[in-house]
Design a protein around this ligand. Sequence first.
Ligand code: PMP
Length: 312
Amino acid sequence: MANYYNENTILYLNGEYIKAADAKMDLYSQSLHYGYSVFEGIRSYKTINGDTKIFKAREHFERLYNSAIAVNLPYRWTVEELTAATYEILERNKLEDAYIRPVVFAPANMSFAQNAESYITIQAWEMQPFLGEKLLRVMTSSFQRPNPKAFMIQAKAAGHYVNSILASQEAKAKGYDEALLTDMNGYVAEGPGANMFYEKAGQLFTPSPGHILPGITRETVFEICKELDIPLGEKLVTTDELKDADAAFFCGTAAEIIGWESFDDIPFKKNWNDSVGKRVQEAYKDKVIEKKPLPPNPKDELTKTLIVEELY
Ligand code: PMP
C-alpha cells in the first residue's frame, strides 16, 4: 500500500489545517456505517512555467457539490474557498504533482434520516498513475454497474465504490490488470475508476452517459478530439464491438490515459503507439502541464484529407 501520510503531513478538516496523525473522525458517522459520503479525485501538476496548478479545480469542486446535493448531504462550501484550501494543503505539504482527495461526510447518525450538517476533509499525497503505465489486460467483469434507478449514478458517492472494488479485485484475482463493467442491460459502461474509449477506423467512440460517472477526463478527451480534429461519437457499445476494435483506453484523473493491450484475451489490432489514443494521451500530458500544442504541421492536413477519404 502507498504511504498516504507521515508524521508531518497536514490535512484540511472543517476549515482548519491540522496534522493528519492528530485528525479525528466520529466512528459513529453515518458515512462509515453506510458508505454515505461523496468525494473527488483531483490532480495537481507542476506546469512548464514551474507553478503548481490544480487541473480543472472548478469542474471537480462543482461535481463535489452536485454529488452531495444528489444524495442529500448538506453542503456549504464555495468552489473558491475549497480551491484556496487545496492550494494551501499542497504548499504546506510541499507537493507539486499530487493527487487530491476531498471527502464530504456525515456526522454520527445510525438512522437513515438527513443530517443538519456535513463535514469536509481535503487530503493530498504523491501518486503515480493509478493503473500504472504499462498497457492493460482488461476483462469483462461478472459485476455490472449499479442500476441507475437504485443509485444516483452520476454522483461520486463512496458507497458506489463497493461495486468498483469487487470488480477490480475479481479481475486481479483472475490475473488481469483491470475490469470492464457492463451496465444492467449488458452494454459496455466503464472501468471501476475510469471511463473508456475505443478506436475503430480512425474514429473514437465512448459509451453514452446514463450508467457511467461522467468523467472530467472524458470531457477533456472530447476537448482534445475537437482540437485535433479526431472524429468522436457517444453510443451504446457492445462487448463484441469492443473485441473488434483497433485500440482502446481508459481515462480518469487518477489513471490519466492508459492504453489497453487486450480485452478478454483478444489483443487489439493496432500497436498502441500508432493509435489515435496515443495522440490523445500525448495531448493530455501536454494539457495538464499547460504546454501549448505545436502549430499544425501542413503535412498533417494532407494526412487528414487522406484519412477522411478513406472513411467514406
Ligand atoms: N468512472 C468512475 C467510476 C470513476 O471513479 C472515475 C474517477 N473519478 C472516472 C470514471 C473518471 O472520472 P474523472 O475523469 O472525473 O476522474
